[in-house]
Design a protein around this ligand. Structure first.
Ligand code: ATP
Ligand code: MG
Length: 197
């Protein structure tokens, strides 16, 4: 058997396996996706999915924990396409060093998040950097987990941020961990507008 024939047989077998797996996945429901880990690309993956959703004519909403005040390229673009953003009204720990103020800001934006998570018109809700709110106990864990769990059946939700707690990982349908191999910043290259934010 020559190399091309061998390749064809192998590809055919592979196709049968993939087709069988595709046929097996029959459930139509929204998913919960957690994107965590120390490497770069968590928020960009979340926003990429929002773009994908909006590109199909679905409604999506974004909640930004922590980084709401900063200039954000995705926000500049997506708001023009009707995507509502709920952002943290004040700065955060390393700027304010005021835990109570942080908790108040987190709670305020969480109220908006709950509205999105209750509304079936949103096909997708992105909760960017939510992991820290649970890691630092800034938001009531049980309430957050319940809101994620009880969202509309067809709604998908994405949670990003480092150090996702085990409850989030367990509850999610898909969990991806982005590993830090290296990052330009560590070599002294400044964060780039249009690439890093
Ligand atoms: P991005 O928004 O680029 O997808 P991210 O969401 O994975 O990044 P965050 O922890 O939210 O990462 O940090 C956001 C900012 O920090 C970005 O400017 C990003 O380039 C930078 N950053 C992300 N990972 C690292 C890292 N491992 N070392 C240094 N800087 C990082
Ligand atoms: Mg991020």
């Amino acid at each position: 058997m020559d190399r091309n024939q061998k390749h064809k047989i192998k590809a055919q077998k592979q196709k049968e396996k993939v087709d069988a797996r595709v046929a097996q996945a029959q459930i139509e429901q929204g998913i919960m996706l957690v994107i965590t880990g120390n490497g770069k690309g968590k928020s960009t993956a979340g926003f990429g999915t929002v773009a994908r959703c909006v590109g199909h004519g679905y409604k999506a909403a974004v909640v930004q924990f922590i980084k709401g005040q900063w200039d954000c390229g995705e926000r500049n673009l997506l708001e023009q396409h009707g995507v509502p953003f709920a952002v943290m009204g004040t700065g955060f720990t390393w700027n304010t060093q005021d835990r109570e103020a942080d908790i108040a800001a987190a709670t305020e934006v969480w109220e908006q998040a709950k509205i999105f998570l209750n509304d079936p018109q949103y096909h997708l809700v992105l909760l960017d950097e939510l992991t820290y709110m649970l890691g630092y106990d800034y938001l009531p864990k049980d309430e957050v987990l319940a809101a994620l769990k009880n969202r509309p059946e067809q709604q998908s939700v994405i949670v990003t941020g480092r150090g996702a707690i085990s409850e989030l990982r367990e509850m999610a349908d898909t969990v991806s961990e982005i590993k830090d191999i290296k990052h330009a910043f560590k070599a002294g290259i400044k964060a780039r507008k249009g690439v890093d934010w």
